[in-house]
Design a protein around this ligand. Sequence first.
Ligand SMILES: [Zn+2]
Length: 321
Amino acid sequence: MPHSPYRAAVQSPPPPVTSAARMAGVLAGGVASTALSLVCVFFLSRSGTDIMGWYANYILPVGALLVGMVASSGYGIAAWLLGCKISGRLIWSVIALLLCGYAAAHYLEFRLLVSDDAVGDDGMAFSFWTYFDFATRNFRWEEHGKAGDALGLLGYGLRGLELCGFLGGGAIIPLALRSKPYCDACARYKRSPLMAILPAGEKPGLLGRTRAGDVERGTALLGSAREGLDAIFAAARTREPVATHEAMNLHGPLRHKRTVEKLTARMRVYLVHCPTCCAGALRADLVTGHGKQIKVAHLATEACDDGLVAGLLRVSRAQDG
Ligand SMILES: [Zn+2]
């Protein structure tokens, strides 16, 4: 590796942690958040707020999805902090542990709500399964504060939806983390600060009306953004942090971010890099539309050496604050 005067800006590496210890930390964090969220759900339902029973259009278990997300947040936070790569095996472990948590929560609910000497209609001891079956068949829709009839066997359909929502919600955060760039050598998630934003479109027309010449103007604006991006990448190829930062400031200064973000199209340039070894690259995305219609398309990547990454971080920290 060539000597680089910019090495000093690199953060010192975290103390080495074995992958088994990392995995144990992630699982511990997740079990804690699962237990905490299910305890909250229990006490809220005792006070009349049944989060697990929140549905959108009678079919989307938004409440269970939300609880699943909160329950699995500990896995995500611990994995991010400990730099634990989310493998397929880890995702399945998370889902299995959420399932155990779900079952344990129902069992504890049964122990808390049903006394030991309770007996069913048949004179037999009131078992967990009798309780679970009774609770499931007694699900009822509540609209405008008025409860309908018990759903009976259909209640099991609702149980299925609830469980799917809970497990599906639990998989969202680990799956999102899995798509994050990761440095295998240092076992850390890469960071992706925004370095430049280039105007590639115009101000959105009133009420989205199209005007004559829109297509031509759009192509011209996109072309000039493309030229700016080429200039930034060309500067990066010289491995000169100051020159690269100047090119970024010339073609896509961050101080204009708020204005440029409002345009119909813009190019964002990120410095994807490992905070420990500075392995990285400049990544350019084309962003079009806003809100729900936002679309992000990957345009190009320019590899950077560690000296350029460290230098760019230092220059931008000094100049952009
Ligand atoms: Zn690294």
